[in-house]
Design a protein around this ligand. Structure first.
Ligand SMILES: C[S@@+](CC[C@H](N)C(=O)[O-])C[C@H]1O[C@@H](n2cnc3c(N)ncnc32)[C@H](O)[C@@H]1O
Length: 270
């Protein structure tokens, strides 16, 4: 949810830029705890509908509880919002949607091109297909400071285990092409922040903590780098002190969005 706090404004901006609008029916794949579905529901409004699907039952429960809390506050300005358990690529719908969207999911699937092909068959002619992913090559601290640089290096190394690329976002354009879609339009935004930013450093620490708990190569607890980084409980404070002293800024993963339209009449924007 920290990640969503940093990236939701970027996602909302690009959803609107790509033409998501009032009254649309939207499928959000790999919806997780529902953040992108909530943004889409706000945009499509009460005459639209959003279905969030995910393979994981536990995150869907979180999404449903959050939706219940949101729906409970005042008259609804959101489109009808539902969450269902489905696993890509085995997604079937009763009716075509106006848009398929997804954040931080496509680049991590074993066969993203096949998934894109399948999903484009669920979109009406002239409808929207939009995916967002990170390009992690941007991740760094400027000017470089020793502790923060070491933490970011550990995070980047952990993200490349099992041959994974740091550049999933930058590959979206090529994936769209391979799936037979019209050339994708692209947008990229890189959040960054100094010591006064309330989200950037806590998100780095949270990511480091989660990855080191998973004991991935390059970030395992007990290795040399982990010893240099020290106690995770005090890490935020020490990183904060370091970038305050050095007037440094942390440059976060670039959020890349690619979107295209299925062949056919009209673009459905309102
Ligand atoms: C990094 S999370 C992103 C969540 C959400 N889109 C967001 O940006 O906040 C990736 C999500 O994709 C889901 N996922 C991964 N593989 C999937 C698959 N084959 N079918 C459906 N969901 C999948 C995971 O369960 C997880 O919730």
């Amino acid at each position: 949810m920290l990640q969503a706090r940093l990236y939701d404004p970027i996602t909302e901006h690009v959803l609107r830029l790509a033409g998501l609008g009032r009254g649309m029916r939207v499928l959000d794949v790999g919806c997780g705890a529902g953040d992108v579905s909530f943004l889409a529901a706000e945009i499509v409004g009460p005459t639209g509908a959003v279905l969030g699907i995910d393979a994981a039952a536990d995150v869907l429960e979180v999404a449903r509880s959050r939706a219940a809390v949101r729906g409970g506050s005042g008259p609804s300005t959101q489109g009808c919002l539902r969450f269902e358990q489905m696993t890509l690529p085995d997604v079937a719908l009763e009716e075509p949607v106006d848009a398929v969207i997804g954040r931080l999911v496509l680049g991590h699937l074993p066969d993203p091109v096949a998934v894109l092909r399948h999903l484009s068959g669920l979109v009406r002619p002239g409808g929207l297909i939009l995916f967002q992913d990170f390009d992690n090559f941007s991740l760094r601290v400027e000017p470089p400071t020793p502790l923060v640089r070491t933490v970011l290096k550990s995070v980047a190394d952990a993200l490349t285990v099992k041959g994974r690329s740091l550049g999933a976002g930058a590959r979206l354009y090529s994936l769209f092409h391979q799936a037979g879609l019209a050339p994708a339009r692209l947008s990229a935004t890189t959040p960054m922040g100094g010591a006064e930013d309330a989200t950037v450093l806590p998100l780095v620490v949270q990511t480091y903590r989660a990855l080191s708990q998973a004991a991935l190569p390059g970030i395992s607890r007990g290795d040399d780098r982990a010893r240099t980084i020290g106690d995770v409980e005090t890490l935020l404070h020490r990183m904060h002190q370091e970038i305050t002293t050095e007037h440094a800024t942390v440059i976060m993963p670039t959020s890349v969005t690619a979107w295209s339209r299925t062949p056919g009449a009209g673009d459905g924007t309102s």
